[in-house]
Unconditional design. Structure first.
Length: 416
């Protein structure tokens, strides 16, 4: 196996320009059956063949006026993408070759991106691929936190937890990608484990924890209070141990909890600007609109790799904005900033067959996060100013800081 570099870092050219994200659904198979997974149609039958991938790459590189972005992210997803590492290797080689032969601008600014469950990370074929593409690759391993949180959700078909099988590959991953981030997910059942799980992920050497609550209708009365208490406890731990200077948890952000201005009328996600292609060569505005991601609706395609994108099918997605999807209550909410949504999930959960109906099941959870953020930033500012007393602790049953708009002012510190 090729000798690995001590650390794999992106090339500087990658930082230039915005990127077109192209997602290859290389397989619909996965070793796990995570309880919160949005992919409901896992199967071993549907996989991509190389001809579909080649036709997709040829189309994208040929239509320069339609895809003017300076950079490209060649994203591989499943299921679990590393199940198809041989196919991915062949697709990657072809993309590099054609970008070079065409003197395409993307050849100087491209990335191969993966979100993986980590089970196959240490395999020789995966490691050879990483070594081969080490200057143009990003890999995130999903791990939920402590063993009990992870094993309660990220399980094999027989119900066995996958924590031990994933964690054994983390040292190699962090050696190769020391700045890599993990992605964790929170649903109703594992709310009590948020604080201990983020702390545990930090202790494993992961410095950036991207963590979010699910958008689906799983939340019960009192969940927002428990969520808030967990985030306040996590805030105390991070600030008291000065981890804010070296680590990041996405639950805490200076940009949330503000009203939204009328000029900020854009979609939360990139659906319509991204492109996903499945094993049949069908194009989707995002993987969340592919059939295997939908529980209640049919897939919403926008073309295929042979005929290209159908602009008439794409146009409705380009019209998705905050205003076209949100209710007046959401538009006028005083803490609307940072309240996320998934356009594909909205489509799947809507009563009608529409892409313009925003699901709001996370409303109370977002407001709880805003209150915890107000506490986080107030305590951090007081610590940095040498004042540790009189930091207001939001109560689980309280209003939004007792009816007051939170003071989420910019704070000068390292690590954010």
């Amino acid at each position: 196996m090729p000798t690995e570099p001590e650390s794999i870092k992106p090339s500087r050219s990658w930082q230039e320009g915005r990127a077109k994200t192209v997602t290859f659904i290389v397989t619909e198979d996965c070793q796990l059956r995570c309880k919160y997974c949005y992919i409901v149609g896992k199967n071993k039958k549907n996989r991509m063949n190389f001809e579909v991938a080649r036709a997709t790459i040829d189309y994208l590189l040929r239509e320069r006026t339609q895809f003017p972005e300076k950079s490209v992210i060649w994203d591989f997803i499943g299921g679990e993408p590393f199940i198809e590492i041989d196919l991915i290797d062949r697709i990657s080689d072809y993309a590099k070759l054609r970008m070079y032969e065409l003197n395409h601008p993307w050849f100087d600014s491209y990335r191969f991106s993966f979100s993986t469950n980590g089970l196959l990370y240490g395999k020789d074929k995966v490691q050879r691929y990483i070594a081969k593409n080490r200057r143009h690759i990003s890999i995130g391993i999903s791990i939920d936190g402590t063993r009990r949180k992870h094993d309660s959700m990220r399980v094999f078909p027989n119900g066995k937890g996958s924590y031990a099988d994933v964690v054994k590959n983390l040292p190699l991953w962090l050696k190769q990608f020391p700045d890599a981030a993990t992605k964790a997910t929170v649903s109703h059942d594992d709310l009590p484990f948020i604080k201990e799980s983020v702390v545990h992920l930090f202790s494993l050497g992961i410095k950036t924890v991207n963590i979010n609550t699910v958008f689906e209708d799983v939340w019960q009365d009192g969940d927002d209070g428990l969520f808030e208490r967990q985030l306040v406890a996590l805030a105390d731990y991070i600030i008291d141990n000065r981890l804010d200077e070296t680590h990041t948890c996405s639950f805490f952000s200076r940009s949330i909890g503000q009203p939204i201005g009328v000029e900020e009328d854009h979609n939360w996600c990139g659906a319509g600007k991204m492109l996903a292609v499945d094993g049949n060569g069908t194009f989707y505005p995002c993987v969340r609109f592919a059939p295997y991601s939908l529980s209640h609706k049919r897939g919403r395609d926008i073309g295929n790799c042979y005929d290209g994108i159908d602009r008439n099918l794409l146009r409705p997605f380009l019209a998705m904005t905050r205003r076209t999807q949100s209710s007046e209550e959401c538009l006028n909410c005083e803490v609307a900033s940072g309240c996320a949504w998934c356009s594909g999930c909205n489509y799947d959960l809507a009563d009608e067959t529409t892409i313009y109906r925003r699901a709001t099941y996370i409303c109370k959870m977002h407001k709880a996060r805003v209150r915890a953020n107000a506490y986080f930033w107030a305590k951090l500012e007081n610590r940095n100013a040498g004042r540790l007393a009189d930091v207001p602790v939001p109560g689980a049953a309280s209003g939004h800081m007792h009816g007051q708009k939170p003071d989420i002012r910019p704070v000068q510190h390292r690590g954010r």
